[in-house]
Design a protein around this ligand. Structure first.
Ligand code: LLP
Length: 418
């Protein structure tokens, strides 16, 4: 379950210094999650990568860099961002839905591994002069995600080369003297562990057809429990299955495969929270609802609106009252879609959460908000600025790692009519 790592005193100290809403991350937790990922079982060598799209803020990238974790980038822009945080090209692997030749060109031969995610991408990479160190992302034929929006495997998904084209790709690769170094797959986020294991084995089957491949990257997707009724993927157990599969692969083919995985969610989801203030409390009469309106919304945290995600929430008050009430939690943007407590399985049906009676000015912490929240917002909607981010260091001291955006920064690229 999402760790409640901020108490009232800390929340008050952070809010007094940097205002709310503000993202807060816990360094100790991040480091212990990194240690878990680093301990993934592997028989012949291993490189864990942080799927930086989960939260690409520089200090977070640096923290994982310090732990020896490499990078999974999803665009050439992310490559540049990782380099600015101190990564070297050799530490970065790119799997992108969009590749543009002019943007990719500088990275060819830089040391960044590029995983071709379609046949067209493969041809583009080769045309740009790269024939060695090629990675191929495959759709192994199965997928699983926490919602259909995060399932990226199987026939209804456009991610990776379809597994039915192994022979054609192999023939093309051979005909063009291309050296495939890595076989990659990623089938979804927050999906079922058993499907993940099945996909891993299907990916190894594909690797058999590419004798030059020395590495297999099995993507991310390990689910986490943000709420008490949810469960974590057991990394150790999953890793044991892969360990065994890699040993069998060696017995069958004589090849020792270097393993990679690239978790985002697992490394950071439960080590981040959005600290908000209650900006209004109102109701729609005796047959209606009571609403808590926050000073944050879909412009800061989009998961509830986009996926109907159930983010855990806690109210922090100096002197919590004893009576409780049921509240719908909404954001500060001007549409009913800015609903932070949707009913499970929906993104527009109102649902209530029970809290000690809430007053304007109380703090509300949205937990499980480290991954795909700060980095995946409807930024600047209603012209609200991108919020600040704070990291609580191992001594319990909060440090600013990203300033709140200013209005001038919001409009800086706009041009006036002549
Ligand atoms: N590798 C690749 C190629 C990916 O596309 C992703 C995530 C990952 C690794 C990391 O997956 P993770 O370990 O975080 O599940 N916005 C959604 C998640 C989308 C994930 C996109 N790709 C969410 O808020 O849950």
């Amino acid at each position: 379950m999402a760790h409640q790592f901020i108490n009232y005193r800390q929340a008050h100290a952070i809010a007094s210094e940097w205002g709310t809403p503000v993202y807060v991350y816990d360094q100790k937790l991040l480091e212990s999650l990194a240690d878990e990922v680093l301990a993934f079982p592997n028989p012949f060598g291993y490189t864990p990568r942080y799927a930086m799209k989960a939260c690409p803020t520089r200090a977070i990238l640096q923290l994982f860099h310090n732990k020896g974790i490499h990078i999974d980038a999803s665009s050439t822009w992310e490559i540049e961002r990782a380099l600015k945080a101190g990564y070297t090209p050799e530490m970065i692997s790119l799997s992108a839905q969009e590749l543009k030749a002019d943007e990719l060109k500088p990275w060819i031969e830089s040391g960044v591994t590029i995983n071709a995610c379609s046949f067209a991408q493969l041809k583009m990479i080769v045309e740009l002069g790269q024939k060695n160190h090629i990675g191929l992302r495959w759709n192994p034929g199965v997928g699983s995600g926490g919602t259909t929006k995060t399932n990226v495997g199987g026939p209804s998904s456009s991610f990776g080369i379809w597994n039915g084209y192994v022979d054609e790709i192999r023939a093309w690769v051979d005909a063009n003297g291309v050296i495939v170094e890595k076989i990659h797959s990623h089938i979804g986020s927050g999906g079922e562990v058993e499907v993940w294991k099945q996909a891993a084995k299907l990916t190894l089957n594909i690797a058999e057809s590419f004798p030059t491949a020395t590495k297999v990257d099995l993507g991310g997707g390990f689910k986490v429990a943000r709420n008490p009724d949810e469960s974590y993927a057991d990394l150790h157990d999953t890793g044991q299955t892969i360990h065994q599969a890699l040993i069998e692969f060696k017995e069958k083919t004589g090849r020792e495969i270097h393993l990679e995985i690239e978790p985002g969610t697992y490394l950071i989801a439960n080590a981040g929270a959005l600290l908000c203030s209650v900006n209004d409390v109102m109701d729609t009469g005796k047959d209606g609802y009571q609403f808590i309106k926050l000073d944050a919304g879909m412009n800061d945290i989009l998961r509830p609106t986009l996926y109907g995600a159930q983010q855990p929430m806690h109210v922090l008050q100096e002197n919590p009252p004893t009576n409780e009430s049921d509240y719908v939690i909404v954001g500060h943007c001007c549409e009913s879609g800015d609903l932070l407590s949707p009913a499970p399985g929906t993104n527009d049906e109102l649902f209530t959460r029970r809290f000690p009676e809430v007053a304007i000015g109380d703090y509300l912490v949205i937990g499980g908000a480290g991954a795909y929240c700060s980095g995946m917002s409807a930024k600047n909607y209603n012209s609200f600025p991108e919020v600040a981010e704070v990291l609580i260091d191992p001594e319990g001291q909060p440090k600013l790692i990203r300033k709140r955006q200013t209005l001038d920064q919001i409009v800086q690229n706009e041009l006036s009519l002549a």
